[in-house]
Design a protein around this ligand. Structure first.
Ligand code: ZN
Length: 56
C-alpha cells in the first residue's frame, strides 16, 4: 500500500489534517495554513501535479 500525500487544492501543500467525514462518508481534510481560504476539502487531489509544476 502506497501512501500518497494529501494536498490542499488551494496551496498545494501537504500541510493538512483530517477533518471528519463528509455526508457521503468520504474522508475530509482541513488545511493548516491559516492564510488559506480553503476551509475543508475532500481528497480528490494528489501532490503529483504540484511536484511537476514546481520543478523549475
Ligand atoms: Zn490550504
Amino acid at each position: 500500500m502506497v501512501l500518497e500525500p494529501i494536498c490542499c487544492p488551494t496551496y498545494h501543500t501537504p500541510n493538512v489534517i483530517k477533518d471528519g467525514k463528509s455526508n457521503e462518508g468520504k474522508q475530509r481534510y482541513r488545511c493548516r495554513n491559516t492564510e488559506c481560504s480553503q476551509a475543508s476539502f475532500i481528497r480528490n487531489y494528489t501532490c503529483r501535479g504540484y511536484l511537476t509544476e514546481v520543478k523549475q
